[in-house]
Design a protein around this ligand. Structure first.
Ligand code: CDP
Ligand code: MG
Length: 739
């Protein structure tokens, strides 16, 4: 029914680029599909003066799948019961015809000379790898010998896929099918299919180094090459050698399959031929100055002028998505009944679970859905019904400077491979269109071919601590698929040494062993472990929990900003600093018996607070495990601040004459984030939780400290001259540097 002869070609991420070269770049076109297109276009022009011109550049190859027939049988299946319908839908997936072949490959390929049993599986997004393969294996009896683990790089994907599979199997989520993500374990004794983040499986090695409770481990979305996935590769490869019964599957959306196979001692590759419709690729004529605005204009342009079909817009993060949502709502409201209904669905990592389901709901007749998504929709999640993709060409990416140890999340141009994946999202259920908000010239000349694996652009302290606790000492010769920069490894070792997690021979200390039990970054876990000494573990885990929730505690409605700011500043009375303010928020909420009303009154997100409470409960459990008593010392703010300093002393900055700050260890100019309670206070010495780069390099969550604490707490890291007051007072700007 569909062509599978040139699977090779379909795997080629640059087929489009090649196709592009064959095409004459035509005149700007945006075809009007609606019946009263003239009217629609006029209305559109009337309301929005700005319109973006696109140049149709190429059309990717599709294959001749019988769309109507599929629609037809889908229609029929809708009539049946929900479960029956889901069963029918499962059979429509591209992977279904290969079920037996795949099971046989998993059964048979094990070579007599090599005990490891590894199969690389490649198939386009939406072919059914994540939802179906674990079910097939279950149906074939593999769960009799142990659980099936399927790892996902993203929390949202793990949760939503588990939810889908539990529906397909007609069981309650958390029973036979469950998920496990950091600070949230939705599994039970019954669980046989376990979807989990790659980071969680990594942590399971700590408790069960041979993963004995699993019969199958599927490292899914391998092409994403997250840090945890890369480390998992090495660890599962190792255990597969002495666990011949373990089935190891590495699955990926088309890219780098050979590389995976090579890494796993020439493991066989199983290809699932995809089903693909042609996608028309459009570029802008000229570069867009504001891609967010361009994305909004293009969404409306599509809505008003194009035939039915949902729209998927790739944005970089929650804030951007919320802004876009607001603007879109505002503009469509302005248009009133002139246009059809536009349903706006955001999806990003921290989106509350109950709202996630909305993106999968079918769009009602006559309406159009616009999904505003982060990179998560690139390959991790498949949303049916998407016909138009808007690709601004950016994503948020971690970048790390191994020289300074500074990490930041930056909005970065995507790779060509990513652009290809994004475009492909529009051609899943019929011919699609992709609108790239950049020029063809940009595409060819400015985008890298592939995304650099995370291991080469991140802080490795956490991973090094995990590996050390697994007894892996020689990290230089560790079997990485791509080696991390030597400098980054060194930085990680140095930081762990400074935090007293490693001794001078690079061995794990008692402090380090305790730190490794906490699923948080080493500076945060050190802060927790150090609270034992200052007898304030009770307060510190509240602070740690609040910090883990991120920056979604306070909200600031546009029309009530002054009220919201006043409410927030109440917690900062006495200029206690942001950490103590977070503690005050938590304890006040607790004193009201976790009241929702109290949250409303104080402009605090109750959802974030509940999450903080969950995280706190787990941290309390982990304290018990490492035998640290829960002791409270609420009156002694210095003790609490000293615990914070014990973990975060590398994040130490001092005030400059011009009101900005300079980090002490690796001098860099930074500023206090405007949302901080200390933004107007400007204490001379501060520690900060993290740096964020927006218009400037900002310190977020800041607390004042006394410089002599540094010499007391981290004498091996700071010397007296680093913290001497004279340094910043007398020397002109820029010269007051350490070293
Ligand atoms: O892993 P892969 O990209 O190959 O596909 P999948 O995630 O297993 O998705 C297969 C199908 O399941 C998709 O066509 C989606 O329609 C459906 N699905 C869903 O409806 N809801 C989810 N949360 C996940 C998948
Ligand atoms: Mg998948």
């Amino acid at each position: 029914r569909y062509r599978d002869t040139n699977a090779e070609e379909k795997m080629n991420p640059f087929a489009e680029q090649e196709a592009l070269e064959e095409h004459q770049i035509g005149k700007a076109t945006l075809k009007y599909g609606s019946k009263n297109k003239k009217q629609a276009a006029d209305d559109y022009q009337f309301v929005f003066e700005d319109q973006i011109d696109f140049i149709k550049a190429s059309v990717t190859d599709g294959d001749n799948f019988d769309y109507e027939e599929m629609e037809d049988s889908l229609e029929k299946s809708r009539a049946k019961s929900a479960l029956e319908a889901l069963k029918e839908e499962r059979k429509k997936l591209p992977i279904y015809p290969y079920r037996e072949e795949l099971l046989q490959a998993i059964r048979d390929h094990q070579a007599w000379f090599f005990p490891a049993s590894v199969l690389v599986i490649v198939g386009e997004t939406g072919s059914g790898k994540t939802t179906q393969i674990p079910q097939y294996l279950h149906e074939a009896g593999y769960t009799k010998r142990g659980m099936i683990a399927c790892t996902q790089p993203r929390r949202v994907a793990a949760m939503s896929v588990a939810a889908r599979v539990s529906q397909e199997m007609g069981v309650k989520l958390g029973h036979e099918v469950g998920y496990s993500i950091r600070f949230e374990d939705c599994t039970s004794e019954k669980t046989i299919l376990k979807y989990m983040t790659d980071g969680m499986l990594l942590r399971e090695f700590l408790g069960e180094p041979d993963l004995a409770s699993y019969s199958v481990v599927m490292v899914d979305e391998a092409h994403e090459r997250t840090l945890s996935t890369d480390i998992l590769f090495a660890l599962v490869k190792d255990i597969a050698r002495f666990r011949p019964d373990l089935k190891l599957l590495i699955s990926s959306a088309t890219l780098d399959a050979e590389k995976f196979s090579d890494y796993f001692d020439s493991a066989p590759i199983f290809k699932i031929p995809g089903r693909r419709y042609p996608v028309e690729i459009n570029f802008t004529k000229a570069p867009e100055a504001d891609y967010l605005d361009a994305a909004i204009v293009t969404s409306l342009q599509i809505h008003v002028t194009q035939p039915p079909g949902d729209v998927l817009v790739f944005l970089t993060g929650q804030e951007e998505i919320e802004t876009a949502e607001e603007i879109l709502k505002h503009r469509t409201r302005g248009l009133g009944t002139k246009i059809a209904e536009l349903i706006i669905c955001p999806i990003y990592a921290n989106l509350p679970t109950e709202l996630q389901a909305k993106i999968f709901e079918p769009t009602p007749e006559g309406a159009r859905k616009v999904v505003l998504a982060t990179n998560i929709a690139e390959t991790s999640l498949t949303i049916d019904g998407i016909k138009y993709v808007i690709d601004p060409g950016f994503c948020k990416m971690k970048s790390y400077n191994p020289r300074t140890g500074m990490e930041s999340l930056l909005v970065t141009p995507i790779s060509k491979a990513s652009a290809m994946q994004r475009a492909g999202r529009s051609g899943r259920t019929g011919p699609g269109k992709c609108f790239r908000l950049y020029t063809a010239y940009n595409f060819h000349n400015d985008l890298d071919d592939n995304t650099v694996p995370e291991i080469q652009r991140t802080n490795l302290a956490n991973v090094v601590l995990t590996l050390k606790s697994l007894g892996i000492h020689d990290l230089v010769h560790f079997n990485f698929m791509d080696n991390p920069p030597a400098e980054a490894l060194l930085q990680a070792l140095e930081l762990l040494f400074a935090l007293s997690a490693l001794n001078t021979s690079g061995e794990l200390t008692k402090v380090g062993r305790r730190m490794a039990e906490f699923p948080v970054d080493p500076m945060l876990s050190k802060m927790i472990v150090a609270s034992e000494k200052y007898k304030c573990s009770d307060e510190i885990i509240s602070i740690a929990a609040m910090l883990s929730v991120g920056n979604s505690i306070f909200y600031r409605p546009k029309d009530k900003q002054v009220h919201a700011d006043n409410a927030r500043m109440n917690f900062h009375t006495g200029n206690v600093g942001d950490h103590i303010a977070l503690l005050k928020v938590y304890t006040s909420w607790k004193e009201t018996n976790y009241s929702t009303q109290w949250c409303y009154e104080n402009y605090i997100q109750v959802r974030s607070m509940k999450r903080a409470r969950d995280v706190r409960d787990q941290l309390a459990g982990l304290l018990e495990r490492v035998e640290i008593e829960l002791t409270s010392n609420p009156g002694d703010l210095d003790a609490i601040k000293k615990s914070i300093t014990s973990g975060f002393f590398p994040h130490f900055a001092r005030l400059q004459k011009n009101g900005s700050y300079q980090t002490v260890k690796h001098p860099q100019t930074v500023n206090i984030h405007p949302s901080s309670g200390l933004a107007q206070v400007l204490p001379r010495w501060v520690v900060y939780h993290e740096l964020v780069l927006t218009t400037k390099e900002y310190m977020r969550q800041v607390t004042e400290l006394k410089p002599e604490w540094l010499v007391e707490i981290a004498p091996h890291y700071y010397q007296l001259k680093d913290v001497e007051d004279a340094g910043s007072k007398k020397m002109p700007r820029g010269e007051g540097r350490a070293q």
